[in-house]
Design a binder for this molecule. Structure first.
Ligand SMILES: C[S@@+](CC[C@H](N)C(=O)[O-])C[C@H]1O[C@@H](n2cnc3c(N)ncnc32)[C@H](O)[C@@H]1O
Length: 247
């Protein structure tokens, strides 16, 4: 096997249309977000027609942060979810491997009230049972090893602590042709026009297509040691919010 193709490597994963070794995928994902960071918020609005804002609002209301709670927003990027948690009175840390994404977040009003920590979901630099709440929005799909990420999320949550995950998911069957067309054409075209990184947005579309459907992902969360796992579809399943509490 070579690190460029991952051929023959049983741990090989995907990056866009290429099959690469896990290390190579990790490197490519990191460099992708470093490159798109300055245009990331604009791209989100364009590609989702602003709907991601409604999804995140719903997500934070289900997370129900309380004043004084300790919350971790994993893969927090430029901080949309973190700022909303902080506004509710929680003490918030963002963990994300991309300094460029977090730098955009830090410069937003109120950015100094949040702790910005360079880290990957698979190896979190926090003690056991540090947080009351862990959120992750459009981030778990980027983890090279989702089982390791879920295990780390469980570890840093206190017993009975809440975990909520917002992620693209499997839309209703009738919507699939329209959504597929939008994803395959408009998203890479917008990505190329605004960020100049068509490959980055191909990666986005491919990684969404490979992500497990709602019940399968719920089973993975349960297998990682969470109870009361439930999900709620958003926009007919284009995205879904999964939640559970630490056993
Ligand atoms: C699509 S952005 C989501 C940002 C933000 N949560 C939001 O909803 O706007 C994905 C984020 O995941 C981060 N990321 C990539 N690999 C990661 C990993 N292994 N662990 C944690 N975060 C990761 C990226 O740096 C990026 O900031």
């Amino acid at each position: 096997m070579t690190s460029e193709t991952g051929q023959g490597d049983p741990l090989a994963t995907h990056f866009g249309r290429r099959i690469v070794s896990p290390d190579e995928r990790r490197r490519l994902v990191r460099s992708t977000f470093e490159a798109v960071a300055p245009r990331y918020d604009l791209m989100n609005d364009l590609m989702s027609l602003g709907i991601h804002r409604l999804w995140k609002r719903r997500f934070v209301s289900l997370a129900a942060p309380r004043s004084g709670e300790r919350a971790l927003d994993l893969a927090g990027g430029t901080g949309d979810v973190a700022f909303a948690l902080a506004r509710a009175g929680a003490t918030v840390a963002v963990a994300d491997p991309s300094i460029a994404m977090m730098t955009v977040g830090m410069q937003r009003p109120g950015g100094e009230a949040i702790a910005w920590v360079e880290a990957e979901a698979e190896a979190l630099p926090f003690d056991d049972a540090t947080f009351d709440l862990v959120t992750i929005a459009f981030g778990i799909r980027n983890a090279t090893r989702m089982d390791a990420a879920l295990a780390e999320i469980r570890r840093v949550l206190r017993p009975e602590g809440r975990f909520l995950c917002l992620e693209f998911s499997t839309p209703r069957r009738w919507l699939a042709p329209f959504y597929g067309l939008w994803s395959r054409t408009a998203i890479p075209a917008l990505g190329a026009a605004v960020s100049g990184r068509v490959e980055a947005y191909r990666y986005l579309v491919e990684s969404i297509g490979r992500f497990p459907d709602q019940p399968t992902f719920a089973g993975q969360i349960e297998a990682a040691g969470f109870a009361d796992v439930q999900w709620q579809d958003l926009s007919f399943g284009i995205a879904a919010i999964h939640g559970g509490r630490r056993h």
